[in-house]
Design a protein around this ligand. Structure first.
Ligand SMILES: C[S@@+](CC[C@H](N)C(=O)[O-])C[C@H]1O[C@@H](n2cnc3c(N)ncnc32)[C@H](O)[C@@H]1O
Ligand code: SF4
Ligand code: SF4
Length: 313
């Protein structure tokens, strides 16, 4: 029996940043954004289903005027919420309020380089300082905080410095890989990392694994893709997709929580459809199929970063 463990919940596409890699092309608010009551109902349903982490993402979730009400609701029913943020709106006042209403809230702050130039290559001029201020506020108020770091062709070479930066700050480091969807698609030539780059990232993770708490996405460490198996994303209009990166292809839409309860949507989805090209492959145990969204977006059945078939045909 498949059970959902981590569900990303996109509260808005509104954002005060315009990062070049952004998979949801964030900026403007969407007309179909879920209301406060719809958001609360989804959080309740997910919690009752036993979802371990409900990850509030966007766009920028701290832009929503009802964010405190949402976070407070999560606490009142005992759900484990997380907020992924660019950090820029996390003033001391905001962070203090979040701490008062939900002290166990998990925080992820996106930082794409340990230095201004590297971070701002993706996130835009003037973003590094604002993000760092936000991160420090979360740490000052004692939140369990993780740096969310997306590996791309430009920042990979500074990864060791990035790890030492996280170590110095005493925060966990989530390592993810750029997937060319949304605005990121326009910048794929300068952002998609190569196989060698990902191998280098894994070497550095191995070197520091006892010094820093890492959370490593399957698309980096080569584990089996969790999309639709233990993980899914709810998009801004309530559409459920096996992973946020599948948003641009309606053939992978699982359903919409405005029409059916999440459980029904989850139970009626078969994640095997994401493995087309890998089902039955004799090398699957070694390769695990890589990032299915990446393969699909490139019009391939395999992820060239992990696929062994390519070199064995
Ligand atoms: C879309 S953002 C929303 C939350 C918040 N605005 C932020 O930047 O953290 C969630 C996470 O997705 C990452 N992300 C955005 N576009 C991506 C892409 N094309 N490939 C991989 N990760 C991406 C961001 O860097 C961020 O860590
Ligand atoms: S990655 Fe986050 S901060 Fe950057 S544009 Fe997208 S939603 Fe905004
Ligand atoms: S599609 Fe890629 S990013 Fe999404 S869960 Fe699978 S490996 Fe991870």
């Amino acid at each position: 029996m498949r059970t959902p463990k981590i569900i990303e919940f996109e509260l808005t596409t509104s954002c005060n940043y315009s990062c070049i890699h952004c998979y949801c092309n964030a900026g403007r608010i969407s007309k179909n954004e879920l209301s406060t009551n719809e958001v609360k109902k989804v959080i309740k349903d997910l919690h009752e289903l036993g979802v371990q982490i409900i990850d509030l993402i966007g766009g920028e979730p701290l832009i929503r005027s009802d964010i405190f009400e949402i976070v407070s609701f999560g606490k009142s029913i005992g759900a484990q919420l997380m907020i992924n943020t660019n950090g820029s709106l996390a003033t001391k006042e905001v962070v203090k309020k979040l701490k008062n209403i939900n002290p166990n809230l998990l925080i992820g702050v996106s930082i794409d380089g340990h230095k201004k130039e590297i971070h701002e290559f993706v996130r835009g001029a003037g973003t590094f300082e604002k993000t760092m201020k936000g991160l420090k506020n979360f740490l000052e108020y004692g939140f369990d905080t993780t740096i969310l770091h997306v590996i791309n062709k430009h920042n990979y070479k500074y990864f060791e410095e990035m790890v030492l930066f996280a170590k110095e700050l005493g925060v966990s480091l989530y390592v993810d890989r750029f997937v060319p969807v949304g605005r990121g698609e326009q910048f794929k030539d300068i952002l998609i990392p190569t196989k060698e780059m990902i191998e280098y990232i894994n070497k550095i993770i191995e070197k520091y694994k006892n010094q820093v708490r890492f959370f490593v996405e399957e698309n980096i460490e080569g584990g089996e893709c969790t999309a639709g198996k233990t993980h899914a994303s709810i998009l801004v209009d309530g559409t459920v997709v096996p992973c946020g990166h599948f948003r641009y292809d309606s053939q992978y839409y699982m359903g919409n929580i405005r029409e059916k309860p999440f459980k029904e949507i989850w139970d009626s989805f078969n994640p095997d459809i994401l493995m087309v090209g890998c089902n039955g492959c004799k090398l699957f145990d070694k390769c695990k199929g890589g990032c299915r969204a990446f393969a699909h977006k490139l019009g391939l059945t395999y992820d060239p970063i992990f696929c062994e078939e390519e070199i064995n045909v």
